[in-house]
Ligand binder design. Structure first.
Ligand SMILES: [Zn+2]
Length: 56
């Protein structure tokens, strides 16, 4: 998963009941629905572990 701003790597970040993707380089956070169309297999697999979490 690449950041749309800087092409840095996005990592899954869990906080309380929310999940975000955050860029390692510029620290931009994305909501799941913002990047849903671009999710790659690796990221999807990680997110599947959080199916009980509400994607707000
Ligand atoms: Zn970035």
């Amino acid at each position: 998963m690449k950041c749309r701003k800087c092409q840095g790597e996005l990592v899954v970040k869990r906080s309380c009941r929310r999940v975000r993707l955050q860029c390692k380089s510029c620290h931009q956070e994305y909501q799941i629905h913002e990047v849903a169309a671009d999710l790659d297999e690796k990221t999807s697999a990680i997110l599947e572990q959080y199916t009980t979490i509400i994607y707000d």
